[in-house]
Write a protein that binds this ligand. Sequence first.
Ligand code: KIV
Ligand code: ZN
Length: 523
Amino acid sequence: MTDNNASATRDADRVVIFDTTLRDGEQSPGASMTFEEKLEVADILDELGVDIIEAGFPIASQGDFESVFEIAKRVKNATIAGLARAAAKDIDRCAEALRHARNARIHTFISTSPVHMKYKLQMEPEKVLEMIASSVSRARNHVADVEWSAEDGTRTEHDFLCRCVETAINAGATTINIPDTVGYSTPQEYEALFRMVRERVPNADKAIFSVHCHDDLGLAVANSLAGVRGGARQIECTINGIGERAGNAALEEVVMATRTRPDALPFRTNIDAELLTRASKLVSAVTSFPVQYNKAIVGRNAFAHESGIHQDGMLKNAHTYEIMTPESVGVSKTSLVMGKHSGRHAFKEKLKELGYELGENALEDAFKRFKDLADRKKLVYDEDIVALVDDEIVTANDHIKVAALTVIAGTAGPQTAALTLDIDGEKKTHQATGNGPVDAIFNAIKALAPHEAALELFQVHAVTQGTDAQAEVSVRLSEDGKSVTGRGADPDTLVASARAYVAALNRLMVKRAKTKPEAMKAG
Ligand code: KIV
Ligand code: ZN
């Protein structure tokens, strides 16, 4: 078994991990996160040891500006990057959002391929070169750490790409990113591209080169690693590989590939791999993007051995079918944790072990819910506690809460829901019917808290196995082009559904309030 083997690598082989879950990841349709969720993700990325967190695109919206601003203020270790087009107003806004970062990076980009320059930018190549020089030097006037990206770099004509890179470095860029924006490249081609640019550009030694790969052909991770073999020393990636279209290179995959195969990939990152599973679960929960079961590293089946032959081999020696241990990526053997007799102290210890440190009030609320769960569910697993606590953290400050729910379901119909909501401390009850029990619940919510939002997604999955497993429900609502996601967990799928819908509604209210100009408190 070849686990981390950092000592075998040299410093020149240190690869910087630039996480763009909160920017490119959040850009993927339906993956939008609330302000609080973005902070939660930023916290775990920092704990994970990523070198750079791309926190957002400050000019894109007020919400993006505010979250970059807040993340820059609170993150302790990682450099915080903001994205900016090659325009003065973008760059200045980005610098403003990064004002309080301990280490700030402005990431500015412009398209360089013939098709992008002609149709998207409608600009001549010479104008693009001018804009590279002016945008990078404007960014350098704000911060010392400037990244420049050649959007659609892999479809850019080589001579022109070299001129662009040279111009960006002359203007002060310290990192040069050559993205495979449309996921078109192949590993051999991408490796050769970095070798070519580094050889031909006279000032190439003054910058770190970076890979940024999209997964349209399923090659994002392979291409990223090939780019590193070609001399790049920064990988741009996202947790669970979320991102535009088919997504970006998955952080957990590039990290574990280098850790597991230092003989073939002698590169070192600073990532604490034992936090990968937790980070994956958090990102999946806040985006409501389920992780595919067979996903490398963090999929539910990534360490499951089902066939008799494999199980037999595993029992004889784990090396027969396991190239890395589940523990090395933070998967604890599904463990029976506690039951209804477990006390507050044991619960607190368990939370610590799972990576949570809650304040006294949140701990008390979570403990009550745990006791309630332990009364109703025979076996309480780590996963149950994680679902319960995540639910608790995300909904702690909500204005609307589910207070009580009774549902009549079955073949006779009409399915009926009697629901009590606590709205800013006042209890309100309504009874509604619907086309099935979930529809009846959602109708009752609409009657108690009227709104025009459309239901975009309703998704249920079981947290653990067995018929008494907790259901985790995700609901996505959209209003005026804005989407929000809420989730709820409970052994009763209908209660979880009500909680998820109400959670989404709370997020929507926050979003509405934030789009009013007076909500801007960045200055
Ligand atoms: O895919 C891409 O080209 C990008 C750039 C903005 C870096 O995301
Ligand atoms: Zn991208």
